[in-house]
Design a protein. Structure first.
Length: 655
């Protein structure tokens, strides 16, 4: 049972609302002032606060702010209940955080209906409760017997004695299913079901029709009216429970319908007219039909109200001082969020041109004012029905479009994945073909190159006496270029192998590996002053031969490009992040210009000439390929004549 807090200094209002809420199944806590409310708050949670704006010991808006700022009550919906005399009170209340505002004089049934809707929406995200079954039957004996059986089966049961009461209970409770007797006082069971099927919010509620008749025509009539099942009363209760369980299993009620406002539910009408007499008369007539009427005495007030509170329909006078009805209509319909609200224009003038102008500006209907409100009520009901069906159709279209969009995205993703897989497979195939070709060409080039170098060596050794100095120099140039060509071929073969060589990752002690590689390289440069500093390096999970090749290429470059320095200073260190380990090798060599850094790791790309430093331009390309195969990245920073730093990052293995 939901607990409702009613805070109002009027004993009459408190008792009236307590009776109405108790009849609807709520527990009402009555508070005559703000202090009594604070005392009641300590007793436990509550589902709704009904708050008067004028209290003897506090201002209602101040108490509303207190409710919304208190962690214990901040999420509790608040319904303001106060006089309709000042529009600004309604606007202030809604802007301060109220979830609803109902003007006095109020209709207790309307207040309870709005409260149910607010509480239902507030608790929509909570855990699912037992299914609610609405039983509509005028027989107290059978009704109570069926209620007991349903409750014993785990259902929550709501009962009604007539078809009219059943429809109102259905609008309030939004039951999971309805069991309705075929013969009822007032409208019969078939009419109840037919009315349910006409209401968007209720049309998908499964309905079982009960009858004591043996005639088969009754079943046909019930099913044509929209019943989901037809059960005779003389059947055992177990049969009714079984048929109920069957229709509940097959029910496909979208969750969104739980938020749809039904035709039988509470409706809020905004009436805009500069005549207080007509406004009061109109409000009295519509309240008898169960509508709440918000009064605005000008177009400006109407726009101010619409900015803070939604309404179900607008009744707008055509002739008003200040902003005219036509201009008010234009401004209302110019906003997308208000464009679909039904708007009926009212005027004492029966002018065809005025009617056409109102329709052109966006009005949905046009009625001449009179003391007979029957036509107005009928037109209002028609507009509300049209709006409900349009909302349902829009929701269905949006669901279909959303579904089509999801399906289209899935198809496109699948096609992209398939295309990407095909492209990767083709690229891999072409890479392998290219590597195999380069490997074959490199091998084929080595044989004639060896022949050239060999015959040049024979000429140099055996025919040297017959050659002059210029001839000997030519032979040396040929042999030097043959040697350089051999280095290029060897590096090209190494580069090709790195793309095809199988990887065997293992845990590598990077500090020891770096020290061993450097010592081997230093032995090849005797007499040079080289200072190598290694900070504590984290281990790496990588292929050992490949990682040794990376360090050989990077450290040998550092040694080579620090040749102009009296003392070469080389340092290696590392930095760890959550995803990777970044190793760096810094030197004090000749450096490079950063505008050419994009060329560093390309094949045969060099930033220094062979006259300055020997090399083929393949070493850094090999480093890039190895690190890339390990899923890492490599880059460099430098300045001319200020040294360089080469970085390579490897992904860290998960703990």
């Amino acid at each position: 049972m939901h607990r409702v807090m009613i805070v109002d200094d009027s004993l009459t209002v408190r008792m009236d609302l307590q009776a109405a809420f108790a009849a609807a199944g709520f527990e009402a806590e009555l508070c005559e002032n703000a202090d009594r409310y604070r005392e009641a708050l300590s007793k436990g949670p509550f589902a709704l606060v009904v708050l008067d704006l004028l209290l003897p010991d506090a201002d209602g808006l101040d108490l509303l702010k207190e409710i919304k700022s208190n962690p214990r009550s901040a999420s509790v919906p608040v319904m303001l209940l106060s006089t309709e005399a000042e529009v600004r009170n309604r606007v202030k209340g809604l802007k301060t955080g109220a979830d609803e505002y109902i003007g006095k004089p109020y209709d207790a049934a309307y207040v309870v209906a709005r409260a149910k809707e607010i509480v239902r929406r507030a608790s929509a995200a909570s855990a699912e409760s037992a299914p609610t079954i609405l039983v509509v039957d005028d027989s107290p004996t059978f009704r109570e017997s069926l209620k007991s059986a349903l409750e014993a089966a785990g259902y929550r049961v709501v009962v009604a004695e007539s078809g009219e009461e059943g429809l109102h209970k259905a609008a309030d409770e939004r039951p999971s299913a309805m069991i309705v007797d075929g013969v009822l006082p007032g409208i019969d069971g078939s009419t109840v079901i037919r009315r349910m099927r006409e209401d968007v919010a209720l049309r998908r509620v499964p309905c079982l029709l009960l009858t004591a008749s043996e005639e088969r025509s009754g079943e046909v009539s019930a099913l044509r009216a929209g019943a989901d099942a037809y059960v005779r009363k003389e059947e055992r209760i177990e049969v009714i429970l079984a048929r109920l369980a069957a229709v509940l299993r097959s029910a496909k009620t979208p969750a969104a319908l739980g938020q749809t406002s039904g035709l039988l539910g509470p409706k809020r009408i905004l009436a805009v007219d500069d005549s207080p007499t007509y406004l009061h008369q109109l409000s009295d007539e519509l309240r008898e039909e169960g509508y709440e009427v918000i009064q605005a005495r000008s177009g400006e007030e109407a726009l101010e109200l619409l900015a803070v509170q939604a309404v179900d329909c607008i009744l707008l006078d055509l002739l008003m001082p200040g902003m005219s009805g036509q201009e008010t209509c234009r401004q209302i319909k110019s906003r997308p969020e208000r464009r679909d609200i039904p708007l009926i224009m009212l005027t004492a003038l029966d002018e065809r041109d005025a009617m056409l102008e109102g329709i052109r500006l966006g009005a949905d209907d046009y009625i001449t004012k009179s003391g007979d409100f029957e036509v107005l009520r009928a037109r209002l009901g028609a507009q509300l029905r049209r709006k409900q069906f349009e909302d349902e159709n829009r929701r269905i279209r949006e669901e279909l479009l959303r579904k089509e969009l999801v399906e289209a995205e899935a198809r496109v993703s699948k096609q992209l994945a398939e295309t990407r897989a095909e492209l990767l497979a083709e690229l891999e195939k072409k890479n392998k073909e290219l590597e195999a070709f380069s490997y074959s060409v490199s091998h084929d080039l080595r044989a004639p190159l060896r022949a050239i170098d060999g015959f040049c060596q024979v000429l140099e050794e055996e025919s040297a006496p017959r050659l002059d100095d210029e001839g000997k120099r030519h032979l040396r140039v040929v042999r030097e270029n043959a040697r350089r060509m051999g280095e290029l071929i060897d590096d090209l073969l190494a580069f090709s192998r790195m793309g095809r060589q199988a990887m065997q990752p293992t845990r590598i002690d990077m500090e020891k590996l770096a020290t061993d590689v450097f010592e081997a390289l230093r032995s090849e440069s005797p007499g040079r002053a080289i200072r190598f500093q290694v900070e504590k390096l984290p281990p790496a999970q990588a292929d050992l031969p490949m990682m040794r090749q990376v360090l050989i290429n990077l450290l040998s470059n550092s040694i080579k490009y620090t040749a102009p320095r009296a003392t070469a200073e080389i340092a290696m260190k590392a930095k760890e992040t959550a995803e990777e380990t970044v190793y760096s090798i810094r030197d004090n060599g000749v450096g490079f210009d950063m505008q050419y850094s994009h060329k560093l790791f390309g094949v045969f790309q060099r930033l220094h000439s062979n006259d300055e430093f020997a090399g083929t331009g393949v070493g850094l390309a090999i480093v890039h390929r190895i690190i890339e195969r390990h899923g890492g990245r490599v880059w460099a920073e430098g300045k001319p004549d200020r040294g360089a730093v080469f970085y390579f990052a490897l992904k860290r293995e998960p703990a």
